[in-house]
Structure formats: C-alpha cells, structure tokens
Design a protein around this ligand. Structure first.
Ligand SMILES: [Fe+2]
Ligand SMILES: [Fe+2]
Length: 187
C-alpha cells in the first residue's frame, strides 16, 4: 500500500542523491558557481520548501495528535535539525555571493557548510527512516496514511504553482549524471 511514510522516504532517496553530489563537489573542491547555485535552489525549494514543509506542516502535526510531542523526543530533534540545515544552507548561499564578488577564500566556507549539511542530513534521514517513521507506522491506520497522502498531494500542487513548475528530481539526476556519481546502493 502507498503510505505517508513511504512518500517521505521516496523524497529521501532524491535528497540522498543530491548529498552524493554535494559530497563529490566538496571532496574535489569543485567551484562551478552555476552548479552551486542550482544545489541551493534544489535544497530551498525541494528538500526544505517541499519535503521538510510536508513533515513540519502536515506529518509532524498529525503525529502530535497521536502523542508525539513537538517539544521533546524524536519530533523535536527532527525539527531542530531542520533549523540547523537551514543555517548551513544560508552559509553556502552567503559565501557563494562573497565568492562571486571576488573573495576566493569564501570557497572554504562553502565547502565547510556543504559538508555540515551533508553529514547532518544523512544522519537525519537515517533516523527518520529507521526510527521515527517506523514508530509512526505503528500508530497510523491505512485511512490515516491515505489522508496524509492526499494532503501531501494538495500541498505539492500549491507549492509548485507558487515556486514555478521545476522538475527538481530531474535537476538532481542531471547533476548525478554530469559528475558520474555511482549509485551507492548498488555498490
Ligand atoms: Fe526531516
Ligand atoms: Fe525527511
């Protein structure tokens, strides 16, 4: 059956592919500003603007009705990590601007924040997939999963009508292809 947690896990697959690209760029100190700006766009409008928004606006509030407090415990930790992620993205974005204005040493801060984001999100996604979402599956009925899936779908429609219909998944795959990133799951 299609589940709300499965929907969020599908997003994670794409976000992890983006993180593969970010790790490759950081490791090889690639300073293609166009690609760095595309990555910030994908994080802001897909990983955060869509995926984290579905979690924060729809999924976690529903879990709160099942006794998962947003103030403490696993949901609170997830919310806090979303904030930490935004700080790293701001660090990437601010330093891209400095770099474009001629401050070449800003690249060090771009890579530092990209690394921080990658480590944080890899860990965050593992905790959601392995712990929080499994706890959620234990308390959500099939009809509750379906309700959430419906709301996710409505949210996506509104999101893409305001941010412009970009195919973020295709944008991630284009970067993966460009940098010839291997599929880590198949290694
Ligand atoms: Fe999350
Ligand atoms: Fe997530």
């Amino acid at each position: 059956m299609n589940t709300a947690t499965g929907n969020l896990e599908d997003d994670h697959v794409h976000i992890l592919r983006l993180i593969d690209v970010m790790e490759f760029i950081t490791l090889n100190k690639i300073s293609d500003v166009n690609h760095l700006e595309i990555i910030v766009d994908i994080i802001r409008n897909f990983a955060d603007g869509l995926h984290h928004a579905k979690e924060e606006n729809l999924f976690f509030p529903f879990l709160a009705t099942k006794g998962f407090s947003p103030q403490e415990g696993p949901v609170a930790i997830m919310l806090n990590e979303h904030v930490q992620g935004r700080n790293f993205v701001k660090g990437i974005s601010d330093n891209i601007i400095l770099y474009k204005n001629g401050n070449k040493s800003a690249s060090v801060e771009i890579y530092r924040n990209m690394n921080g984001y990658s480590d944080l999100l890899r860990n965050h996604i593992a905790k959601e997939n392995n712990i929080l979402f499994r706890m959620a599956d234990n308390v959500l009925s099939e009809s509750e999963h379906n309700q959430l899936l419906y709301r996710f779908g409505e949210f996506e429609k509104v999101h893409y009508s305001s941010s412009g219909p970009k195919d973020y998944i295709k944008m991630i795959e284009n970067l993966v292809t460009f940098y010839e990133i291997q599929d880590q799951a198949s290694q």
